[in-house]
Design a protein around this ligand. Structure first.
Ligand code: HEC
Ligand code: HEC
Length: 203
């Protein structure tokens, strides 16, 4: 009985590892959704694929629910404590740029690195995604009052081209990049908008 339980535990662990390996593998292309005949269902499926990026630690860490960024794969509070300040660039005297330079810098040994980008700063509070369901994130992304006044076309453009987002796929040594590529994420966004920009049902 006990041995059986242990074997079962092992199988569950193997399954969990396979599932996370598949998740890491990347994003499905837009063509993979063509067979979903119902347009609304196809739109929701496309957004759920985008969700693999939106809810990845590389993105969530900068879209926190508090005024403090998170860090790492476990998304723990930023250490040392820092706060967004008046415009997301940090508190006067302790701006993000005091530590985050214009590009990633590998630490000695090359196993980890300091994230960098010329305009490194925290997403506004209205764009907080941490702790929200994909359905909630979807509604919020479409809402110009909360998404920085963007139309759906501008949102797509942002997803496909914005350079700060690009960092998520080039996060430096010691960090897993967001799945797929930014180009693929842009294509999924475009197809999602073209299919009516439907959101998953709230759970
Ligand atoms: C006193 C220095 C310092 C300041 C100021 C600072 N950071 Fe950091 N930050 C770090 C260090 C060091 C790391 C890397 C930790 C590690 O991975 O070893 C880091 C990591 C991060 C990460 C984690 C990236 C990831 O996905 O793992 C985010 C996000 C972040 N910082 C955002 C900010 C923001 C936004 C600001 C300004 C509001 C800021 N930081 C200000 C030192 C700082
Ligand atoms: C270094 C911090 C940082 C990281 C990392 C980051 N973002 Fe952002 N994000 C921001 C800031 C700042 C804004 C606001 C910029 C603006 O409105 O022009 C923003 C805005 C956005 C928006 C605009 C609309 C909205 O409602 O949020 C989208 C979409 C977005 N980010 C997607 C992503 C994705 C996808 C990733 C990961 C691949 C990501 N972000 C990673 C800081 C970050």
């Amino acid at each position: 009985m006990k041995a059986g339980l242990i074997a079962l535990g092992g199988a569950a662990l193997a399954l969990a590892i396979t599932a996370s390996a598949q998740q890491e593998a990347g994003l499905r292309p837009v063509s993979a959704f063509a067979s979903i005949a119902d347009k609304d269902a196809r739109s929701v499926a496309l957004f759920e694929e985008m969700g693999k990026v939106l809810q990845h630690p590389r993105c969530l860490n900068c879209h926190p629910r508090t005024d403090r960024p998170n860090q790492g794969e476990a998304m723990t509070p930023h250490d040392p404590p820092v706060t967004r300040g008046p415009d997301g660039h940090g508190a006067p005297g302790l701006e993000c740029a005091a530590c985050h330079g214009p590009r990633n810098v590998a630490f000695a040994g090359g196993k980890s690195s300091m994230p960098g980008h010329p305009d490194w700063h925290l997403a506004p509070a209205s764009m907080a995604w941490e702790g929200k369901s994909l359905a909630e994130i979807c509604e919020q992304l479409k809402d110009p009052k909360r998404n920085g006044g963007r139309t759906l076309a501008q949102l797509t453009e942002h997803n496909a081209k914005d350079r700060l987002i690009s960092w998520g796929w080039d996060p430096g040594a010691g960090r897993a990049p967001a799945p797929g590529s930014q180009a693929q994420f842009g294509e999924l966004s475009r197809a999602w908008v073209a299919s009516g920009a439907k959101c998953p049902a709230a759970k």
